[in-house]
Design a protein around this ligand. Structure first.
Ligand SMILES: *Cc1c(COP(=O)(O)O)cnc(C)c1O
Ligand SMILES: [Zn+2]
Length: 425
């Protein structure tokens, strides 16, 4: 590492006051959120495409722009998921150049949350925490549980008690302390703030939030590198608290700032489910005042945050970049999941269906032009939210282990199959 630390301070997003790099997240003067600040001159002088390309394919290849002092102690293999050129989905959506950033296969818990936990828990270790915790809509709980287990940390994960079965099992299996709270996410989150204050634990998305949030930038860095060091013209991003959207914007901007790429125009667009769409609703109304949704009603539980912490900043980011926001019904979410699976072979959770469905609406309404490059951020695996799609994609046709029964089953389909064979010869 350099003798000049690249990660210099925490900084208030409102007044710009600088703070030490501790487990704090709010400005004492105006209650603005604190964010990691870097010495960009020092980074410019030391970073290069060649250096990044020579490093292992994980988030740590972008080390100069991550807020930890040493090497990560948690999740060393997180990140560098595939960017898939999605030509078959592009044809269905009627666009020219489309990519899927596939975080359904992020290591180790199959969602983009491994990126934020990687940074938050590594920083928690640097700050000396022995107990880590989180308030979660499911994926964060899975990731904290797994990564804390692998790092030998004690963890508590607090979740709404009505989460999908797979998300609950995917936390319990690691031997973490899983606490179900009877109430929506916002009440879980409020309780966690009280616990963090009283017990002094490292809550990844409360007192460690400035570190946690920076982990999301790695998704943006990877998209740029995987496009051959280019920024996509449009990026469609699912929004819960709105943090991922603001951090992908920060990633694109930082790469230009440190001279890794030329600054090119880009727009970031946000996707939400209609049953909990405080951010997209505000943006569509033309206001930056986010009206809380006290009682979210949607199958998209991972995005069901009624009082989004970064909603205001997400709106500002979309507006500044000429982006837009959409929301979609639960029916459309399921269609989105199926469309992505049937065209690209990628099974996403409900948040991914939301992104596909909202992207389709933004394209159809002309907000995303059909001839410009588009990246869809697909953030979690479909096996985690099976109940949403179960009974919505048919059932296997069951027969006896007999060739005669199989013959009968395909009899009506033989003409079609023959056509396929002549077409491929
Ligand atoms: C947490 C989450 C998001 C977005 O979260 P933000 O709070 O907006 O950063 C998106 N997709 C999935 C699957 C998630 O779990
Ligand atoms: Zn401030």
């Amino acid at each position: 590492m350099s003798d000049r630390p690249f990660f210099s301070n925490l900084k208030c997003r409102e007044c710009g006051r600088l703070y030490p790099k501790e487990a704090i997240h709010i400005c004492e003067f105006d209650f603005g959120p604190l964010e990691a600040a870097y010495d960009y001159d020092a980074i410019s002088a030391s970073i290069s495409r060649a250096a990044i390309e020579s490093r292992p394919k994980s988030m740590w290849r972008y080390r100069e722009l991550l807020p930890i002092d040493g090497a990560p102690t948690v999740g060393a293999q997180v990140g560098f998921t595939p960017l898939v050129k999605a030509d078959r989905l592009a044809a269905r959506l009627g666009v020219k150049e489309l990519y899927v950033k596939n975080d359904t296969v992020n290591y180790p818990t199959l969602s983009f949350k491994d990126r934020v936990v990687y940074v938050a828990l590594s920083r928690a270790c640097e700050l000396g925490f022995k107990v880590v915790a989180c308030a979660s809509t499911g994926n964060l709980a899975n990731s904290v549980a797994a990564n804390a287990a692998a790092a030998g940390l004690t963890s508590y994960v607090l979740i709404p008690s009505d989460l999908e079965r797979s998300k609950v099992v995917n936390s319990l299996v690691y031997g973490t302390n899983v606490i179900g709270i009877e109430g929506p996410y916002d009440q879980v989150n409020r309780l966690c703030s009280e616990i963090a204050g009283k017990y002094g634990w490292g809550f990844v998305n409360v007192n460690l939030r400035p570190y946690y949030a920076e982990g999301s930038k790695s998704m943006g860095f990877e998209i740029v590198e995987q496009l051959g060091w280019k920024t996509p013209r449009h990026t469609v991003i699912p929004m819960a608290s709105g943090s991922l959207l603001t951090k992908i914007h920060k990633a694109y901007t930082e790469f230009a700032k440190v001279g890794i790429i030329d600054a090119e125009p880009f727009s970031v667009h946000g996707a939400q489910a209609a049953g909990c769409s405080p951010i997209s609703t505000a943006l569509k109304k033309g206001t930056d005042i986010v009206k809380p949704v006290p009682n979210p009603q949607t199958i998209v539980k991972s995005l069901a945050i009624g009082t989004p912490a970064d909603g205001y900043y997400a709106i500002r980011t979309m507006k500044e970049t000429g982006g837009s926001a959409e929301d979609c019904t639960d029916e459309e979410v399921i269609e989105g999941i199926k469309l992505l699976a049937e065209t690209e072979g990628i099974f996403s959770e409900t948040a991914g269906g939301t992104t596909v469905a909202c992207a389709r609406k933004l394209i159809d309404s002309g907000k995303i032009p059909r001839d410009e490059s588009i990246v869809l951020c697909i953030t979690g695996h479909g096996l985690k939210t099976q109940e949403a799609i179960h009974e919505k994609c048919g059932a296997p046709r069951v027969i006896k282990p007999s060739l005669r029964e199989f013959d009968a089953l395909v009899a009506g389909e033989l003409a079609d199959l023959a056509k396929l064979e002549t077409a491929t010869v």
